[in-house]
Design a binder for this molecule. Sequence first.
Ligand code: ATP
Ligand code: MG
Length: 251
Amino acid sequence: MILAIANQKGGVGKTTTAINLGAALALRGHRTLLIDLDPQANSTMSYVDPAAVTRSLFDALTDPTCSISDIVIPTTVERLSITPSRIGLAKLEGKLVGEMDAHFRLKDKLAAVTKNHDIIVIDCPPALGLLTVNALVAATHLLIPIQSSYFALEGTDDLLETVEKVRSRANPGLEIMGVLITMHDKRTSLARDIRGQIQKVFGSKVFNTIITKSVRLEESPAYKESIFTFAPDSSGATEYYSLSEEVMDRA
Ligand code: ATP
Ligand code: MG
């Protein structure tokens, strides 16, 4: 399974989901690879010291002599490794413009490492540009995090349109695995309304697991830990573990 985590809206919980769902899947025994496809490198910084990164995904996607396995590094979580990103990845678009295989770079490069990993999780940047399209072309499944907020559904039409384009031109098998409600505040009636709206639009695609607001989830990256070692008894740990079960059921 190659699972892209995408929503072009910024700050909706893509990275928090990628790093903790990745850790949960690894805890369940799956050899998991986290691909940090965002030039902001937040997933990378959540697990490794950026100063220790010599070669990044940019090199693997642009240098024919550099493969994904050359850049994979371990994380603090057993069975979870990561391909680090750096701000330079933002230059990819300019570098690949006019190249015939611009949308297929990630897919082609990943083909060589799929045998070494049971699950690949891709953390996408907050844009619908070439990087996210590369993820959607490479992925078997898509997980869409939606922040429980007043503007929750804004922009999802554009995302779904991009998914349709990718399906018809490059990856007909791409499946929307589910929509994940994040940063939910159970106490407010607004949050309940928003949950209802999201369920009305996406129906059974909405995961039963809902990620509630939790300070612990915000803190764990600063300690280079997943939620499962940083705060194993927190709601975030319980919820992301339960999400990993749903993900495996739907895969
Ligand atoms: P970007 O679009 O910039 O890549 P993103 O979609 O990856 O953002 P995150 O970085 O995961 O979003 O989350 C945005 C902010 O919200 C971060 O500071 C993160 O720690 C915080 N956050 C994410 N999920 C939760 C949660 N369940 N409870 C509290 N804070 C959260
Ligand atoms: Mg992010």
